[in-house]
Design a protein around this ligand. Structure first.
Ligand code: SF4
Ligand code: SF4
Length: 183
């Protein structure tokens, strides 16, 4: 299964030069789309994420390890998500989703053999290979959509839907003269 919430966004670069789209902090977007399947509604998922977060805190308080926490379950919850998924708010109060055992959070990689932590969905893999100019355009597209992270995750859970939306947006933007024909 699945992969990680991967933040390779480089704040030193222009905001448009992201290498992956899993997290786009400047737009308040974080995605959990490939950390499960057939997700339930937002309220159900939020409750699930909060329970996972509380349980992780309890594990650590009791002296248990991140490995103990992650390995307590290998299957997905009936709500569709991985038992290590959690949520928090960013500085602007926007809901963000994350893997509670991600190396950015715990300082080491423990997920090898647990999940496909290097996985990139087709859209993310495609965007990663775009030129800087095309990434800039893709960023403009994302900005205009005003997704919240839950919507963003649900769209990305369907592999290429976002890419299709982007292509339509680009075609229309060219037709409307908003972006040059040869973009
Ligand atoms: S362990 Fe983390 S990266 Fe792997 S599926 Fe679960 S939430 Fe996603
Ligand atoms: S579904 Fe795609 S965009 Fe979302 S976290 Fe996975 S690879 Fe990244």
């Amino acid at each position: 299964m699945l992969r990680v919430l991967n933040n390779e966004f480089d704040p030193k670069q222009d905001e448009t030069i992201f290498s992956v789209i899993c997290n786009v902090p400047s737009l308040g977007l974080s995605c959990f789309g490939c950390c499960g399947h057939h997700f339930k509604d937002k309220a159900t998922m939020q409750k699930f994420f909060d329970e996972n977060k509380e349980l992780l805190a309890k594990y650590l308080e009791e002296g248990k390890s991140y490995e103990d926490f992650m390995n307590r379950e290998r299957l997905l919850d009936p709500c569709g998500g991985c038992y290590s998924l959690m949520r928090e708010e960013d500085e602007a109060g926007r809901e963000q989703y994350y893997c509670g055992v991600h190396p950015f959070r715990i300082g080491r990689e423990i997920r090898v053999g647990y999940c496909d932590h290097d996985y990139l969905c087709k859209t993310a893999a495609h965007v990663q290979k775009m030129t800087a100019a095309e990434k800039h355009l893709f960023y403009q597209f994302l900005k205009e959509q005003k997704f919240d992270s839950f919507q963003y995750s649900m769209i990305n859970a369907n592999e290429t839907v976002l890419l299709g939306m982007y292509r339509e947006w680009k075609e229309k933007s060219i037709k409307d003269g908003k972006i040059p024909l040869n973009t």
